[in-house]
Design a protein around this ligand. Structure first.
Ligand code: MLT
Length: 205
């Protein structure tokens, strides 16, 4: 694997017309976690999968939190910029177009922060169980970027109105947001997978 600023896995595209994916794992995951999901939802896409640099009790994350659902926003800003820099580095090293993020939980939250702070880093994002990552994010221009947000109505970590607020924020910056609320909790379900397959098929053409 090429040495870049994040430990990562990279799989080249076998269908170069499909967008590259930036895979962002949840708390306690690593760069291997979402590769199978990425292959399933967007077959043939290049896969770029970094490991979060923060350790919380030995569990990798993409930014620090003060408590569950309470973020160290200074760190969110620093880490979102650091990850956007990595994406630029990886694009140059591997010859990639801007990727679409596919993030779960903490990985979805850092992807949402990147959309707000460094929109040029991503072509769009599928955010699974995401919440508002920054209380006063700058208004950015997300015109032309698709965002799929999939929340769980019974998610014990993310209040439903918080996910709704994130959808509104991203849409008010011009993103084409689809927000689906499933009758489930924080974990992923078969319906998440079906929604992802459908959404990636739509944006990949
Ligand atoms: C976060 O810290 O990003 C959220 O609380 C989700 C999580 O990682 O559990």
């Amino acid at each position: 694997m090429t040495e870049l600023s994040f430990i990562h896995r990279f799989e080249p595209a076998t269908a170069p017309e499909r967008p590259p994916l930036l895979l962002l794992h949840g708390t306690g995951g690593d760069e291997n976690d979402l590769l199978a999901l990425g292959r399933m939802v967007s077959p043939g896409s290049a896969l770029l999968s970094p490991r979060g640099k923060i350790l919380e009790n030995g569990m990798p994350r993409f930014f620090r939190r003060l408590a569950e659902g309470v973020f160290d926003e200074e760190d969110v800003r620093f880490r979102a910029n650091e990850l956007a820099d990595f994406v630029a580095e990886a694009r140059a090293a591997y010859g990639l177009a801007a990727p679409v993020a596919l993030g779960f939980s903490n990985g979805a939250n850092i992807a949402a922060a990147m959309l707000m702070l460094r929109p040029e880093a991503l072509a769009g994002a599928a955010l699974l169980r995401a919440m508002v990552p920054l209380q006063d994010a700058p208004q950015t221009d997300l015109a032309g970027k698709g965002v799929l947000l999939v929340s769980g109505a019974m998610d014990p970590i993310i209040p439903e109105d918080n996910a709704g607020r994130l959808a509104t924020l991203l849409a008010s910056s011009g993103a084409q947001v689809r927000h689906e609320v499933l009758p489930t909790g924080h974990g992923l379900s078969q319906t998440d997978l079906q929604l992802l397959v459908k959404w990636f098929a739509e944006i990949g053409t």
